[in-house]
Design a protein around this ligand. Structure first.
Ligand code: ADP
Ligand code: MG
Length: 146
């Protein structure tokens, strides 16, 4: 998928947010400024969250209440030490988890999750996905083939 501008990326996020179910885990990978937080803003809108999404850079996790709870994590600050936070508290429960990835962390401790990759392409952003499990495969097909 391609988004020409920030508003289009928010709209893509919103349509993703509308498709999410409890226990879904999304991992967003991309350079600083690639649009991970922007996409998360759209996902929050799709979950019916009214609150402003702020980058959780300093807090690591922010929780929002919508149609489903949203746990928004930015693990950039954790570096390569996943033990510094108990991610299990925010995974595979009654909510949706969106993790802005620090690139350094390896995702092997995650169960079924959908990877979304954001890249600069011209003035816009390219969005691609890779499923890691049956639920994320179904979600991937819903998101990219609708
Ligand atoms: P990240 O969380 O990946 O570091 P952000 O979402 O915080 O990235 O920031 C993306 C920045 O890029 C914003 O300042 C936004 O205005 C800008 N931008 C420019 N073009 C686009 C686009 N096509 N899609 C999304 N963001 C864009
Ligand atoms: Mg961010």
């Amino acid at each position: 998928m391609y988004s020409q501008n920030e508003a289009e990326l928010v709209a893509i996020g919103q349509s993703i947010g509308e498709k999410l179910q409890a226990g879904d885990v999304l991992v967003l990978t991309g350079d600083l400024g690639a649009g991970k937080t922007t996409l998360t803003k759209g996902i929050a809108q799709g979950l019916g969250i009214q609150q402003m999404i702020k980058s959780p850079t300093y807090t690591i996790v922010r929780e929002y209440e919508g149609r489903l709870p949203l746990y928004h994590l930015d693990v950039y600050r954790i570096g390569d030490d996943p033990d510094s936070i108990d991610l299990d508290d925010f995974l595979y429960g009654g909510g949706v988890t969106v993790i802005e990835w620090g690139e350094l962390l390896d995702a092997t401790f995650l169960d079924d999750h959908l990877n979304l990759f954001l890249e600069h392409l011209g003035d816009g952003r390219k969005i691609s996905g890779k499923a890691q499990g049956p639920r994320s495969q179904a979600l991937l097909e819903e998101i990219f083939h609708d």
